[in-house]
Design a protein around this ligand. Structure first.
Ligand SMILES: [Zn+2]
Length: 101
């Protein structure tokens, strides 16, 4: 399991897809609003704002991964549900943070 103080992965596999993780300065969504992260289903890419520090970087990574999971599985309502996505992301982050070998 990855240590939360480490950097997020640069890429990972999900359902046979290669997902690339890119850190971007001053990340903005399609409306020009500043965001911490984005999940690009069509581009198979997760974007993370480059200024985020460890905990926020990891929780953002987990959040976008949950979007990716639900989007690739075709669960459109879950994909668009930000509250659900954040709750699952917090659970996944807790697992990463507390995992022991
Ligand atoms: Zn979201």
């Amino acid at each position: 399991m990855l240590h939360p103080n480490s950097n997020c992965p640069k890429e990972f596999q999900l359902f046979g897809n290669r997902i690339v993780v890119k850190k971007v300065k001053d990340l903005k969504d399609e409306n020009g609003v500043a965001v911490n992260g984005l999940a690009d289903l069509d581009g198979l890419c997760v974007y993370i704002d480059a200024s985020l520090r460890s905990t926020q970087r990891w929780t953002t990574f987990c959040h976008e991964v949950v979007h990716m999971v639900n989007g690739l599985l075709g669960y459109d309502e879950l994909y668009a549900n930000e509250i659900y996505t954040e709750q699952v992301a917090q659970a996944v982050y807790q697992i990463i943070k507390t995992a022991k070998n």
